[in-house]
Each structure stands twice: as structure tokens, then as C-alpha cells.
Ligand binder design. Sequence first.
Ligand SMILES: [Zn+2]
Length: 84
Amino acid sequence: MNDDSAPGGQLGCSAVALKIRILAAQGPKLVYRAEAYEEEDQFRDRKWVCQHEHETVEHALICGMAWLNDRPDARGSRARLRPL
Ligand SMILES: [Zn+2]
């Protein structure tokens, strides 16, 4: 086991630590997409990818972080109190 915890990447999730990475996609123009993967997955299989075409890495990163925060099945850090 390696024990290098990435600086600044702590999100307070418990069970599975999902990480966000940014993917650059070449189309008619260069766009960026956010991808989520499990930190402990040695293959870093993608668990989610955003469907937008972000023009900057920063926007894609914000999108990915927003998705992480909005995951209804995120365990631990958030109580599920939504009335739906
Ligand atoms: Zn997005």
C-alpha cells in the first residue's frame, strides 16, 4: 500500500474516495471534461464523466467538484434529508 495522500484532494467522503481528473477532448475545438475515478482503483476506471464541453480546465474541475458534492449516494459526510 502506498500512503501518499494527495494534497488538497480531501473531500471528506468515507467509503470510496472518488477523485476528479480532467480530460482534454479534441473535437472541432479543444474541450475539457471532468471524470471521476476511485482513488483506490489501480486501473483508475472511470466512474463518471461529465457531458459538457468545458472551455477551460478550471470550469471542468468546478463541474466535477459540484458533481461530487451533489452525489445522492455519497456516504458519510452528508445526511440524506431530502424530502423526495
Ligand atoms: Zn461538466
